[in-house]
Ligand binder design. Structure first.
Ligand SMILES: NC(=O)c1ccc[n+]([C@@H]2O[C@H](COP(=O)([O-])OP(=O)(O)OC[C@H]3O[C@@H](n4cnc5c(N)ncnc54)[C@H](OP(=O)(O)O)[C@@H]3O)[C@@H](O)[C@H]2O)c1
Length: 295
């Protein structure tokens, strides 16, 4: 398949591109800069110049392909509603590029947008309508209702020994504040997957995903924020402390919005439906192995 990949230059995209090529697919990667284009050429992909704000470029990329994986996202959390609206429009534009075909479109969401009050969320649970990023899942559902083969991959914290999703920002806050912190008793949980397991799941969803289905790229159902803070504290040689919910905004800034969430999630249905088996390494193991003081 010739696969159009948006976000191909990013953390997850740059693992998805070789995963696709290893399986015999060709990749048309979206780049918005010369540096991005050079990177993609270097790893053997063809380049499509485009931008999330340029809907025509998205539509044209999708039209030239046999399938699409959408990973690009503007991570400016200070204007979260606006960037989620940009993503909703991008999903619609990519959907119009696959019109009149059964070519697959795989879009990206987060396990954190499903709230199930302590029970691990499943692929069949609906996302909370209160969270702006639900708009992308709603746009995908609308395309699926029109008969397009659109599936959603919900991501947890995706990690290796360099980047770990929101935990990368948690580490930055710990460096800045001189303590590694969690909120309250720190028993709230985040889910996780290694980036290579995540890349393999995107390929499987592209190849075998069903229209309108959600898939969870979850290897670990729930790792407590306290355990995460402990490892970061050891790595940075900093004290590990609890922050009260009232002081969380002052300590964590925009991250306070996420850091107290308890958002366990399961991937049992994804594993059963696609035969996907995450093989690690685990989040805490990658956090133990990372280099906190690069030379
Ligand atoms: N990493 C995680 O743990 C995690 C967790 C939950 C959800 N996700 C979601 O997974 C997807 C990929 O995440 P990631 O970690 O790979 O992110 P990333 O490393 O920040 O990469 C973001 C990608 O989006 C591209 N991009 C950003 N703004 C763009 C724009 N205006 N036009 C075109 N391209 C643009 C970037 O291109 P440049 O190279 O040009 O900057 C890059 O390729 C995102 O939707 C993200 O929200 C990730």
């Amino acid at each position: 398949m010739r696969v159009f990949v948006t976000g191909a230059t990013g953390f997850i995209g740059s693992a998805v591109v070789p995963e696709l090529m290893k399986a015999g697919h060709q990749v048309l990667g979206m780049a918005r800069s010369d540096a991005g284009a050079k990177f993609l050429e270097g790893i053997g992909a063809k380049v499509h110049r485009g931008d999330l704000e340029d809907l025509d470029s998205l539509r044209k990329g999708a039209e030239q392909s046999d399938g699409v994986i959408h990973l690009a996202f503007n991570h400016d959390f200070s204007k979260f509603e606006a960037v989620c609206e940009t993503d909703r429009r991008a999903v619609e534009a990519l959907g119009s590029g696959i019109a009149g075909s059964d070519r697959p479109l795989v879009i990206t969401s987060g396990t954190g947008i499903v709230r199930t009050q302590g029970r691990p969320s499943t692929e069949d649970d609906a996302a909370s309508s209160a969270i702006p990023r639900v708009a992308s899942e709603q746009a995908a559902a609308a395309l699926a209702a029109q008969g397009k083969r659109v599936s959603v991959v919900r991501l947890p914290q995706v990690h290796d020994t360099v980047k770990q999703g929101l935990i990368t920002y948690l580490i930055a806050v710990a460096r800045q504040k001189g303590v590694s912190a969690y909120v309250g008793d720190g028993l709230n949980r985040w889910t996780a997957v290694h980036v290579l397991d995540c890349a393999r799941l995107y390929r499987l969803v592209l190849e075998k995903g069903k229209a309108g289905a959600h898939y969870h790229a979850v290897a670990e159902e729930g790792v407590s924020l306290r355990d995460i803070a402990d490892v970061i504290g050891r790595g940075l040689k900093l004290p590990v402390v609890s922050i009260s919910p009232e002081k969380a905004a002052e300590h964590f800034g925009w991250l306070a919005h996420f850091v107290a969430f308890d958002i366990p999630a399961s991937s049992a249905l994804t594993q059963e439906r696609l035969g996907w088996r995450p093989i690690g390494p685990a989040l805490l193991s990658d956090l133990e192995s990372m280099s906190y003081f690069p030379a």
